[in-house]
Ligand binder design. Structure first.
Ligand SMILES: [Zn+2]
Length: 167
């Protein structure tokens, strides 16, 4: 592979790669790419670039104390909502939820706090669903129990968990 910048032969490389993401320098390990030994230019496949972008978004969210893409997805699924319904509930446009969940973008602090309230107490979601006339896509059975603080347990646990898996 020839470097598009200087024309030198690029070499396969899997060193940790550090790039700026939203004002922070983020290092991603485990990427396979080509680097130019002369000018330092790098090239990678679209798949690797996606992986790098997702990992940078995940690390950035962690750095800023925001919910991770997996946590966002878990909150939505625990509410029994599909992405379109969840977007309606939170008040964002399509396809924001899928972008949060696959790490293509990171939620605002405001959206992050709203989602934490939805996770903390199911009744917060019920209030918003009633207002927006949202019905969960899957039938969901809940008995409310507050999330145990720092218990390390997943919540809802088996006794409160939804009966039907959400597709
Ligand atoms: Zn070069």
């Amino acid at each position: 592979m020839i470097c598009p910048e200087c024309g030198s032969e690029m070499m396969p490389c899997n060193d940790p790669l550090t790039e700026e993401f939203k004002g922070e320098m983020i290092t991603v390990k485990g990427l396979e790419y080509h680097r130019c030994p002369e000018c330092g230019e790098t090239m990678m496949s679209a798949g690797m670039a996606t992986r790098q972008a997702k990992d940078m978004a995940r690390q950035w969210a962690e750095l800023k104390g925001l919910l991770s893409p997996d946590e966002v997805k878990e909150i939505r699924k625990d509410l029994g909502l599909n992405q379109a319904q969840f977007e309606q509930l939170v008040g964002v446009s399509r396809p924001t939820a899928s972008r949060w969940e696959n790490g293509a973008s990171v939620q605002s602090k405001t959206a992050d706090r709203l989602m934490r309230l939805l996770r903390f107490d199911r009744r917060n979601a019920d209030v918003l669903m009633e207002r927006s006339e949202i019905r969960p896509a899957a039938s969901v059975t809940y008995s409310f129990s507050p999330r145990p603080r720092d218990s390390g347990k997943t919540w809802p646990d088996k006794t409160t968990k939804r009966i039907v898996e959400v597709a």
